[in-house]
Design a protein around this ligand. Structure first.
Ligand SMILES: Nc1nc2c(c(=O)[nH]1)N[C@H]1C(S)=C(S)[C@@H](COP(=O)(O)OP(=O)(O)OC[C@H]3O[C@@H](n4cnc5c(=O)[nH]c(N)nc54)[C@H](O)[C@@H]3O)O[C@H]1N2
Ligand SMILES: Nc1nc2c(c(=O)[nH]1)N[C@H]1C(S)=C(S)[C@@H](COP(=O)(O)OP(=O)(O)OC[C@H]3O[C@@H](n4cnc5c(=O)[nH]c(N)nc54)[C@H](O)[C@@H]3O)O[C@H]1N2
Ligand SMILES: [Mo]
Length: 908
């Protein structure tokens, strides 16, 4: 008799998870993916699943899976070389790795330059951490590991929002308060493709409620198609549009139309700026001064009863504190409010000025700006969990392509300023941060709030003073040396300039630091940098020089083609892990509860695929690190501490533990965590029930109440700290003879000044590649696809079949009229050439693409990954230059490129 059971688990294939699901198993075979209705009332999409999990069943039975460890037999590495992989036993694979690791440990964990000799790269915007069991505990036990060899995420992702967002409002990522918002202006935020099932649900509900969403982007994305309005802006001109919106709010409307109480009490707008660009301070307390309109004199910002002036210039005495302890004591000097300085900065940026730059009519820009203010309901309040809060149902969103490289600081600053001017930051209806990574633990955003002496949020900048600056780079991109705002925490390494690492390994950057040696042992897991990063052919050549690469792999791909060992771990529906759930997370995961969810084997692992926790324990055993590894797990590296003053489920550190024993202990700790020590149910309970939560107070969706309680201000508009830090960093680098970071130092402006980005790109290309920019008349862009999780599921036929029904998945999108003029018909083969690379594909003629833009959806261009390599879907990545002139001050790069196009064949 056949038997069927339903098993509960999670999906975290893209950043929008975790979402719950159930899988039906008949006679040991997974057959069907279905919602987890037990999550109704908790999960923002009530336990429904997105399209991607439906591919998981096929993922298990994919005939192209690697099912046994393999080793390379051809010592020559190269794209054209057959690696000659042969299957080996796990014993041999683990012993080989351990022998290498033990040799490294016996000699030195770092090389002669001080760089870790072991490196680890993962991708998928860190989601692989939710699939790699206790491997993080093993790495923590190992010691220094270089994570600067980034995959395509890192600098090409949402980068500038991560760093400045966290500085300003604890927002590694942001989200509108979608259930309450009424008007969203989106600059290339492709939420209907990129947001996962919770976004789909929340935005569908919002549309039913009548929300208006204006989509501003060069091509009509899925999100544009479901928006109220699409505005085809010229690529790389979003800062001009945003600055013109600021101009309308600050120059064309009366001050009374803005949220004056918010600006006065919750921002640095009234702070007075002195002649050297620093705040004027009270010499005794060193607190920044404001102008009190009541007493008509300058007083410290936190003076009770003061009525801060927002506008104007005042004559006063005060102290300016500059870089490296430099001080100016002014007897009588003219100082200007930060708000006034901002007004002056945007004075020339009228809609009429922005129109020819953005290719959007001035009247449209003006209308959007005015609609934004008019929808903001300034002055209205809402009762929330017994508290009266401002209600501002508007939000400005940015997509990833305006969030990286030059211009991104301007975009993120202007967007956050628009929110500040209407008092819509971190209040019901408005724009909310969802999680933190740099300034604290992701699940405890409120816990990351601490006051700075100037009345803002404290922030863990890397030190730039003479005594504490990290002159010696810790890892190959030197994030603690070069990028103060990246911080020095667990995630900071991933956010440093990974472009710099690869270019240094290629001997193309940071001359005075010399060319680093590659890591002696490189672990890669669940990412494919050789597809997802830039100048990928060159990157492959670099990977070929690495002495020993260990790839944990599901199928063959373009990165493990260069590996020495390829190891199959038990995948999504075959392995065990417990992770956090709920609270506020990523894009649209806003919950009323928080807790833990289990991933469990739905079926036995196929072939010799092994659970990552087993692999990690075996490596720990063989490298003499068992005790350290178990201690890391006990301390919380597997999710939460196994011992606190409320409970103790800690593992005996002296012996190895099975996968089940390990996760049973983590499950018990999680049960205690959720019940304040009352429950201690373990793995069996979670296998049966799937998840366990406790209430998450909704007031914690919003930072504003916490800021109000602590009397804190958002550090906007004026970036005094950034100015000071930039000057110090410049001094430190110049003292060391480092001049190759000078262009990046320009970004340390207190207010980001507008730059002509199209010219910046053209100039950079002409300098570097000796070409004429006008010969490259198109911008080549990329866009998300709901069906694909990066390049993670490109080898699933079923996902392809679904995607084939969605516009954009059959070639290169080009404007129909332009194509016609060039003699290109639908389906013709076109060649796309940038100054550094060339690719080709089928022309896909569309009205919904600007005449100066072409788009390649998703992350394809495979030449090794089974199935995907036969899709004939090109990628822009090999065409995008790695070029230090295009790396911005936070180390982020760019994911767009100027190209030319020619027809090379007619439709077959
Ligand atoms: N063209 C283009 N490139 C981009 C982007 C874009 O929009 N367009 N976006 C960029 C951004 S923002 C990001 S965050 C990055 C992401 O890019 P990466 O972080 O590099 O991630 P993926 O390309 O998804 O790589 C996933 C790899 O994991 C493998 N894999 C899938 N499932 C498993 C599994 O269960 N086990 C193992 N061991 N391996 C598995 C897949 O075969 C694939 O090789 O890409 C960047 N690159
Ligand atoms: N299904 C799915 N969801 C995902 C992912 C996934 O792989 N699959 N990846 C996750 C990750 S890591 C990320 S970073 C996010 C990315 O999420 P989003 O940023 O929302 O999505 P993308 O489609 O990558 O954004 C690209 C859009 O920006 C537009 N664009 C390009 N250049 C410009 C410009 O100069 N100005 C303007 N205004 N628009 C421009 C393009 O036309 C395109 O529509 O998605 C996340 N969600
Ligand atoms: Mo990303």
């Amino acid at each position: 008799m056949s038997s069927t059971r339903k098993v509960s688990t999670y999906c975290y294939q893209c950043v929008n998870g975790p979402d719950m699901l159930t899988v039906e198993v008949t006679d040991g075979v997974a057959t069907t993916v279905a919602p987890n209705f037990a999550a109704k009332g908790y999960h923002p999409a009530d336990g429904k699943v997105c399209v991607k999990p439906y591919g998981l069943v096929q993922k298990i039975y994919n005939p192209n899976r690697i099912l046994k460890p393999m080793k390379r037999t051809n010592p020559r590495k190269g794209r054209g070389e057959d690696p000659g992989f042969v299957e080996i036993e796990w014993e041999e694979a683990l012993d080989t790795i351990a022998a290498r690791l033990n040799a490294i440990r016996a000699e030195s964990l770092v090389d002669e330059d001080g760089y870790p000799r072991v490196a680890f790269t993962t991708g998928g915007a860190a989601t692989p951490y939710f699939y790699m069991g206790t491997f993080a505990s093993f790495l923590a036990a190992w010691g220094p590991v270089d994570q600067s060899l980034g995959a395509g995420g890192t600098v090409k992702c949402y980068h500038t929002e991560h760093v400045y967002g966290e500085l300003w409002h604890r927002a590694f990522t942001v989200c509108p308060d979608t259930p309450r918002c009424e008007y969203i202006v989106s600059f290339g935020n492709n939420i209907d493709a990129s947001g996962g099932v919770t976004s789909v649900r929340r935005h569908a509900d919002a549309r039913a409620r009548g929300i208006k969403r204006v989509q501003i982007e060069p091509h009509l994305s899925i999100t544009g198609a479901s928006a109220s309005e699409w505005i085809p802006i010229r690529p790389k001109t979003d800062p001009a549009f945003l600055y013109a919106m600021l101009h309308v709010l600050l120059h064309e409307r009366p001050l009374a139309d803005l949220d004056r109480p918010f600006l006065k009490a919750r921002t640095g707008s009234p702070y007075l700026v002195g002649p050297n660009g620093f705040f004027l301070r009270d010499p005794a307390s060193r607190k920044p001064l404001i102008w009190d309109a009541g007493s008509q004199r300058a007083v410290p910002f936190d003076t009770p009863g003061a009525d801060p002036a927002l506008l104007g210039r005042y004559s006063l005495s005060g102290l300016e504190v500059g870089a490296d302890g430099k001080e100016w004591m002014h007897g009588a000097v003219e100082a200007t409010t930060a708000f006034e300085v901002t007004r002056e900065m945007v004075a020339p940026h009228t809609p009429e000025w922005a129109a020819p730059i953005t290719d959007v009519p001035a009247a449209t820009i003006r209308r959007i700006a005015n609609e934004f203010v008019e929808h903001a309901r300034i002055g209205e309040t809402i009762e929330f969990e017994g508290r009266t809060l401002p209600f501002r149902p508007v939000a400005v969103m940015l997509g990833k392509s305006v969030n990286n490289g030059w211009g991104a600081y301007e975009c993120v600053w202007a967007r956050t300023m628009l929110m500040v001017l209407v008092g819509g930051l971190e209040v019901p209806g408005g724009l909310l941060g969802s999680t933190v990574h740099i300034s604290g633990m992701d699940f405890d955003r409120m816990g990351s709030v601490a006051p700075s002496p100037d009345g803002f949020l404290d922030y863990p900048f890397n030190p730039t003073d003479k005594e504490h600056w990290a002159a010696q780079p810790q890892v190959r991109h030197g994030h603690t040396t070069l990028i103060p705002i990246i911080g020095g925490g667990l995630t900071s390494q991933l956010m440093g300039s990974t472009v710099l690492t690869w270019m240094r390994l290629q001997g193309r950057a940071a001359d005075s630091w010399g060319k680093p040696k590659p890591p002696d042992l490189w672990f890669v897991y669940r990412c494919n940098p050789n597809i997802s990063f830039s100048e990928t052919d060159k990157m492959g050549e670099t990977m070929a020089t690495f002495p020993f690469t260990v790839a944990f792999s599901y199928t063959q791909d373009e990165t493990n083609h260069f590996a020495d060992l390829v190891l199959p771990e038990a995948i999504d529906l075959e392995s065990t892990q417990l992770i956090r759930l709920g609270g506020t997370h990523y894009f649209e995961q806003f919950w009323d509860s928080q807790g833990w969810v289990l991933r469990q084997p739905v079926v036995e692992p196929r072939g010799e695929a092994r659970d990552f926790t087993w692999i990690s324990t075996e490596l720990a055993k063989r490298t003499g690190l068992l005790e350290a590894y178990n201690s890391m797990i006990n301390m919380g590296a597997a999710g939460l501490p196994l011992k606190t003053d409320k409970y103790d489920f800690s593992l005996d550190v002296s012996k190895p533990h099975t996968v089940e024993e390990t996760w049973d202990a983590v499950c018990r700790a999680a049960s205690a965590d959720v019940t304040d020590g009352a429950a201690s149910d373990g793995l069996a309970w979670f296998k049966e029930n799937g998840f366990r939560v406790k209430p998450f107070p909704k007031i914690n969706w919003y930072l504003y109440p916490r800021m109000e309680d602590m009397g804190l201000r958002f550090e906007l508009p004026y970036q005094e700290r950034v100015l000071r830090i930039g000057q110090e960093l410049a001094a430190r680098l110049h003292e060391q003879g480092v001049t190759w970071w000078d262009r990046q130092l320009h970004e340390y402006e207190p207010l980001p000044t507008w730059k002509d980005l199209n010219k910046l790109w053209a100039d950079a290309y002409e300098r570097a590649y000796k070409i004429k920019a006008s010969d490259y008349p198109f911008w080549l862009l990329t866009a998300r696809s709901m069906q694909y999780a990066w390049g993670g599921n490109v080898s699933l036929q079923m996902i392809r079949e679904v995607a084939a029904n969605v516009a954009g998945h059959d070639g290169i999108m080009i404007n129909a009229k332009v194509a016609d003029e060039m003699g290109i018909a639908q389906g013709d083969r076109i060649e796309v050439t940038s100054p550094v690379g060339v690719t080709s594909g089928r022309a896909l003629l569309r009205q919904g693409v600007r005449p100066d833009t072409v788009v390649m959806v998703g992350q394809f261009g495979h030449w090794k990954t089974p199935y995907a390599k036969d899709l004939d879907m090109p990628s822009l990545n090999n065409l995008v230059p790695m070029n230090m002139d295009l790396v911005d001050g936070t180390g982020s790069a760019v994911d767009a490129v100027l190209v030319k196009i020619k027809k090379i064949g007619s439709k077959r």
